[in-house]
Design a protein around this ligand. Sequence first.
Ligand code: ADP
Ligand code: MG
Length: 466
Amino acid sequence: METSRELSIGWKKVLDAIRSRISEKQFETWFSHTNCSEFDPERLVIDVPNSFYSAWLKKQYGEIIREAVEEAIGSACPALEFHIDESLKVDESLELLGRADEGGQQEVIREIVPRRKSKNSPRDINTQLNQDYTFDNFVVGPSNRMSHAAALAVIEDPGRVYNPLFIHGGLGLGKTHLLQGVCHELLARDPDLRMEYVPCEQFVNEFIAALEKNRIEDFRERYRELDVLVIDDIHFLANKDHTQEEFFHTFNRLYNDHKQIILSSDSPPRDIPTLEDRLVSRFRWGMVCAIEPPTFETRLAIIRKKCRRMKTELDDEVGEFLASSLKGSIRELEGAVTRFIGFARLMQRPLDVATANEALGDLLGSSRRRVTIDEIVSQVTDHYGVRLSDLQSKKRFQSITLPRQICMYLARKYTSHSLAEIGGYFGGRDHSTVLHATDKIGKSLKNDPEVRDAVAEFCRHLDAQA
Ligand code: ADP
Ligand code: MG
């Protein structure tokens, strides 16, 4: 990886992969003070504040770091080196620990237990699940009733009624919550159930890593010897021919054994770009349900529930005000409620409409509508005379990459979708592709008048719509 930007993107991926393997506290303690100064096929150099860190990381986390690197870059981990950089900030307690006696170190040793067990034993599924995403916390309304009912039916009789269960819907509308709700419920009924919950991106990365390391048999064992397989955001299979092929066999095996398969996606099966027909048809064998944006009443119920969980009651007037003025996804709705309550507490204001206006000004206002990715795509594809399916394909001609990158840039600017979500939408690309695109367009705005004019024109239209 040559540029410092690529280096930091690569390192960030590694950190994310490490984070998914250890507790937040361990991560904070050991990795928040590190840096990466070299990352290429030969060497990975990690800067650490002192020798204690380097000894500790080498001994306790070496294996985890190597695994994480392999997951992140999809190939073998280069040689690991630690470099001491005294300018790095260090935790005070660790400063002390650096000089601590044996006893002190024993304390820490006990804490460092990787969350994942040995390589091929099943992961502890609970570490993959958000403890808040339960059925109890899921508000049911007309927009998600079908999906909820189908999920309940699956819990009653996994592998039999609806197989696969395929839930699709826009971003932030509750797919992950519902899928994980099913996992919690199934585990409560049978703690020994062999179940995997994986975001599709992780499935893809593990598959690639398994290929690289000649561990494909382990991979197959992990995903084929299951009672329940749950894959979130299956649209990440777009453009991944080889993983699609592998998943096809996984699917067949589980399906024929009457094992339950549960999938979610940001679009219905036939709209997932470049998804093989044989997978599209299989995804439709069971039950395909949509989750729609919530209605006013559902939004109100979600706001109330969220407030209760934050130990706060809202009176009807302000609850209804929020439910009628916040029209984005449920994720945005929750974010706004948290901001409102946080603001009121901090500023010691009453929880009323005036405070809501003050705290949420930029999110409210009936005239301020959110721009959607679809609107961005429609402008850009019209202008460049390309199709959405081109943008979602693997094609890398300049005539396609430029509009694709502009779409990503505008999606970052105008929507609150995450990098991963935007990448997923444009053909199962990962977050670093989106970062690269926004970076690239940002530069072109400075030195390419054609791009600058086109983007300025798109922004004028989108601003007018917002
Ligand atoms: P998606 O996977 O569709 O992008 P998520 O499942 O991540 O969306 O949901 C986004 C946020 O909204 C989560 O915090 C989730 O708990 C919340 N949420 C979504 N649907 C509901 C619901 N029906 N009731 C309560 N909270 C919900
Ligand atoms: Mg999700």
